[in-house]
Design a protein around this ligand. Structure first.
Ligand code: CA
Ligand code: CA
Ligand code: CA
Length: 404
């Protein structure tokens, strides 16, 4: 009798499951420069802990609306105990009673997260901008420019990877300390007036390639592993005719292009001392604000990815909001040759570079991209959602990958 009941129960369960059988959902990967950098260490924690920080509410609403499975946040201040991140997750992302916004969204839980120190705001001990001064105390513009990565205090402009899929914590590799001079044929800047190297040998000994950090974070997807390659290369501006930031931007982007090609990755060493890049045929998704627009602005270094033949080029994430903003803002935007629907950032159009395509989610060719977008609704599409996007100067960019 008991076994008969079990058999009926089993049939019911199997029947129920079959009735619900659906094709596997695509996996949504996203990158978002959230611009949650404060003006002093620990300030972001203080701002967030009321649960009512307006900018953080808007950022959380965007994430809750788009619902990425894997999300890289750029410009989220790092603190060693992860307090700001925990508060943001609990009081904003997964909060059932998120207040202060007229947009209605469902809470979102990220069971897995990775964050670590970055080079931003860490003193180099050298005069890296060559203005004759090496400022030792945090907080001044010269201190920020002389740091290993531009920043007014350690942790500023940090990075966070959030995931609903398990992260292979033991497999994570970081490249925060990899020295720029160790890259073969590195684009090390020259002083155009003297013709000599911009950085002294002693400076190059202490200068990392990565302005924030470079992370290879493996994500488990059933029996498969997808490597998330996260970074935030320095903007190619805020320097002089030597173009030290433009040179660094180029090589920071090149690093991961080399990393996924075994024949080019031999020089790479991670922070634990392990050599080499990804094994041939690995699946990967490049995420980050790469600070490079293929057609406009001051760095076209991202073309290294587009011409590599290694990543899917279609569909290109786009939005109506980008198109609208370009027309509304005018100025430099009218001179751009890139399609404004593909812009992912909004900068001043007279004194600044205008709106650029800087943020990327690029997948290795073996992965099938079903859909892609920039979260930038036009006012005419949805005024409230449009207003949320003003919380950052960048927009969230996403791609949907078919489960392999
Ligand atoms: Ca200096
Ligand atoms: Ca110097
Ligand atoms: Ca543009």
């Amino acid at each position: 009798m008991k076994s008969c009941l079990s058999a009926i129960l089993l049939m019911l369960i199997v029947g129920f499951d079959q009735g619900r059988a659906q094709p596997p959902k695509p996996i949504r990967f996203a990158t978002f420069n959230v611009s949650l950098a404060a003006s002093g260490a620990g300030e972001l924690i203080d701002r967030l802990k009321s649960g009512r920080d307006e900018q953080a509410i808007s950022i959380a609403q965007i994430i809750r609306k788009v619902r990425p499975d894997v999300l890289l946040m750029n410009e989220f201040d790092y603190d060693p105990d992860g307090q700001a991140l925990n508060i943001f997750k609990e009081m904003y992302l997964s909060n059932h009673n998120l207040t202060g916004s007229s947009v209605s969204t469902q809470p979102i839980e990220y069971a897995y997260a990775f964050s670590q120190e970055t080079n931003t705001g860490v003193a180099s001990g050298h005069d890296l901008d060559n203005d004759g001064v090496c400022t030792e105390s945090a907080g001044s513009p010269d201190y920020a420019r002389d740091c290993k990565g531009f920043g007014f205090y350690p942790g500023q402009y940090g990075m966070v990877l959030l995931s609903r899929l398990p992260i292979d914590t033991k497999g994570i590799r970081t490249f925060r300390h990899f020295r720029w001079k160790e890259m073969p044929a590195a684009k090390l800047p020259q002083d155009p007036t003297s013709g000599s190297a911009w950085y002294s040998p002693a400076e190059l000994q202490d200068l990392p390639l990565s302005s924030k950090s470079h992370w290879d974070v493996p994500i488990h997807l059933g029996p498969h592993t997808i490597h998330v390659l996260a970074s935030h290369p320095t903007p190619p501006v805020f320097d002089g005719p030597e173009d030290r930031n433009g040179c660094r931007n180029f090589d920071e982007i090149r690093f991961f292009v080399d990393f996924v090609q075994p024949e080019r990755a031999g020089y790479i060493r991670d922070d634990g001392g392990t050599a080499g890049g990804l094994p041939a045929g690995s699946m990967f998704v490049v995420l980050g604000d790469l600070n490079s627009d293929p057609q406009d602005g001051d760095s076209s270094a991202v073309v290294q990815w587009f011409s590599s033949g290694l990543v899917s080029l279609e569909p290109i994430p786009a939005s109506k909001g980008g198109e609208q903003a370009s027309t509304e803002d005018g100025g430099r935007n009218a001179e751009h040759s890139g399609n404004p629907a593909q812009d992912t950032s909004r900068f001043p159009s007279s004194r600044g570079p205008g709106n650029l395509r800087l943020d990327y989610a690029l997948s290795s060719k073996a992965l099938q991209v079903n859909d892609a977008g920039v979260f930038w609704p036009a006012k005419s599409e949805d005024r409230l959602l449009h207003e949320l996007t003003n919380a950052s100067d960048h927009r969230l960019v996403w791609i949907d990958i078919e489960a392999p």
